[in-house]
Write a protein that binds this ligand. Structure first.
Ligand SMILES: [Zn+2]
Length: 445
């Protein structure tokens, strides 16, 4: 009976791997057109190698021929004390301290963490010292050959997982019980934010998610990409992840971006007179000062338009900005428009505006040499170069791209549809689907 079950389990795992392999190959077709079959083959080889590594090796040393001694770093204890207590001479320790300076200084070692001494057997002297500043990397102080210091990134394994659930109250975020679930809620909102209003979720709403989970040292370490999201209130909503040259992000089942893109420029028929630049020479202040915006030169009085739907947060004046408007588009994005000659009618704090609506007119108020809009893009409260951001295209996908998208879409939708919704009224992992996809997705990067 048990053997029978195991066999079934194996069979279904095999199927899932084939499907995921296929899925991944479709992504590969999308992202690297030329040699998809070749790269899959080599990825498999890489995957096999990496899967074997953690069993036999620790910090790159063969476990069967090395001893790893953990030494906790106590408060106010210097590495020199620890190492000399373990028989390492002061001149070697001194060399280590000097060489470590430019890579990972020993002054950065923290009490409460461990040093790991690598030896060939219990009695011999350590020839390598390991320190893990975080879970993603370790520092290797190799005492052989006049000391070498190196920071090594750990192997990250990617598993494809799914989750599903039924919302039990309108407090969607309250369902998130730990960091990962919190992140998953964020990812779900990100994927579907333009089609589902997450400010008014209802008890009984259903959701499903297929996503990558990053593993380090056989422990979950974070969430990667979301491949598919499903949310059902009065009707079902899908978000399908798809990458192409112009944009990586979410599309609906017809191939329309699930998020509405921003307009490329706040003024029609303008030219960029100065780009976002961390080291710009300011023409008026006559000194180097970062320029956190993109300047669009246009004639006095040219209408300035909102690049996306949103709410006006500020319509005001400062000596530097002149007359300016700042608006919020969603949880993440705000935009700001400087040096206006005047605001458009009705533009003030709290007013809702739609994409393309005129909010003011080009001028040179504040610190400006000539008529232009200094356009500033804020992401999570920080100013970014909007020309370098990965925004959804404002137009639907090109017709010639659609067949490729549809292949990916069919697979993801199929996988989403066959996830059984867990009745447990909380964000619950679907353990049945919790299977290792053997690093395949990792190679999509
Ligand atoms: Zn500017």
């Amino acid at each position: 009976m048990r053997g029978e079950n195991d066999k079934k389990k194996k069979a279904s795992k095999f199927n899932l791997e084939i499907i995921l392999g296929f899925l991944v190959s479709l992504f590969l077709i999308g992202s690297c057109l030329q040699s998809d079959t070749k790269s899959i083959a080599s990825h498999k080889q890489i995957a096999e190698k990496i899967v074997e590594l953690p069993k036999e090796y620790l910090y790159g040393f063969d476990k069967s021929t090395h001893v790893f001694e953990k030494v906790p770093i106590k408060k106010n204890q210097f590495i020199a004390n620890i190492l000399s207590n373990h028989g390492i001479g002061f001149s070697l320790i001194n060399t280590l301290e000097q060489k470590a300076k430019d890579v990972f200084s020993v002054t950065k070692l923290r009490a409460g963490k461990d040093l790991v001494l690598v030896k060939s057997d219990e009695c011999s002297e350590a020839y390598c010292v390991i320190y893990e500043p975080d879970r993603f990397s370790y520092v290797k102080y190799d005492l052989r050959d006049s000391v070498n210091v190196e920071i090594i990134e750990k192997e990250v394994e990617t598993k494809i997982k799914s989750t599903s659930g039924i919302v039990s109250s309108s407090l969607w975020n309250a369902l998130a019980q730990d960091t990962f679930r919190d992140l998953l809620v964020d990812k779900m909102e990100d994927a579907l934010s333009w089609s589902v209003n997450f400010y008014s979720v209802q008890a009984g709403d259903k959701f499903k998610l297929i996503y990558e989970e990053k593993w380090i040292d056989d422990e979950p370490a974070g969430i990667g990409r979301v491949f598919g999201a499903y949310y059902e209130n009065e009707k079902p909503h899908y978000a399908i992840y798809y990458e192409n040259e112009g944009y990586k992000g979410f599309y609906d089942l017809e191939g329309r971006p699930t998020k509405k893109g921003f307009l490329k420029t706040p003024v029609k028929a303008s030219r960029i007179s100065s780009r976002y630049n961390m080291n710009r020479y300011h023409p008026i202040l006559k000194r180097r000062r970062p320029h956190y915006g993109t300047d669009y030169a246009a004639a006095y009085g040219t209408p300035i338009r909102a690049v996306g739907n949103g709410v006006i947060e500020i319509a005001s004046y400062t000596r530097g900005n002149g007359k300016y408007v700042k608006m919020r588009h969603d949880k993440v994005y705000q935009t700001q428009y400087l040096h206006m000659t005047r605001f458009a009618k009705g533009i003030k704090r709290g007013v809702k505006v739609s994409q393309g609506q005129t909010i003011g007119y080009v001028g040179s108020t504040g610190l400006a040499t000539g008529p232009h809009v200094c356009f500033r893009f804020w992401k999570n409260g920080k100013q970014v170069d909007h020309l370098r951001e990965n925004f959804p295209p404002p137009d639907p996908m090109k017709a010639e791209e659609l067949p490729k998208f549809m292949l990916v879409k069919d697979e993801i939708q199929f996988e989403l549809d066959r996830i059984k919704i867990v009745e447990d009224p909380a964000l619950t992992y679907n353990e049945e689907e919790d299977q290792n996809s053997a690093l395949l997705a990792e190679n999509l990067k």
